[in-house]
Write a protein that binds this ligand. Structure first.
Ligand code: UGC
Ligand code: NI
Length: 167
């Protein structure tokens, strides 16, 4: 079965808005000076949702680099809570998302190339592929949920999609 080649777009706040928020110190964000002028605060960048009886937790994911071209054959979602990734290794990475709701088809996937200064927060229920680090083993600060209930659904994509090489 031939795999559909997926287009890779640059990550922007507006393009990612249907799926969550971009975490980035940019002039588009609400920001103001604090600490007697020493520090600029980029304020309230992501809507963190711990969900019912959930606790917000902070972890570090150390992801091995994915080799391109890479087949996207599954997606997952966290129906109860959001999940945020902030790169700590300053390397680009990829995110693959689809709107919350029914399990996506390959035609409904959106692929974004994220820069090393850009984090993402997946809103609760948004379909996404597990971490897609590039170039070298990379660390990411992850803000998500611990608590009762089922918080990870998997969907298989048949046919899948193919990512890469990078534009
Ligand atoms: N399983 C896990 O915690 N990681 C995934 O949710 C992911 O999005 O990488
Ligand atoms: Ni996830």
């Amino acid at each position: 079965m031939t795999l559909r080649s997926l287009t890779i777009a640059p990550l922007t706040r507006d393009a990612f808005a249907p799926f969550g928020q971009v975490i980035e110190a940019s002039d588009a964000a609400q920001h103001f000076t604090i600490n007697d002028g020493n520090t600029e605060r980029y304020h309230d960048l992501a809507h963190i949702e711990p969900g019912p009886q959930g606790k917000t937790i902070v972890s570090i994911f150390r992801g091995l680099p994915r080799n391109l071209p890479f087949e996207i054959s599954m997606m997952e979602r966290h129906p109860l809570a959001s999940q945020a990734f902030m790169p700590l290794s300053s390397r680009p990475y990829l995110v693959v998302v689809a709107a919350a709701g029914e399990a996506p088809t390959v035609e409904q996937l959106h692929v974004f190339l994220c820069q090393g200064r850009q984090g993402v927060n997946y809103a609760a229920g948004v379909w996404h592929h597990p971490l897609l680090a590039l170039e070298a083993t990379s660390d990411f600060l992850v803000i998500d949920r611990s608590g009762p209930g089922h918080n990870c659904d998997i969907a298989t994509l048949t046919p899948g999609g193919l990512i890469g090489p990078l534009p």
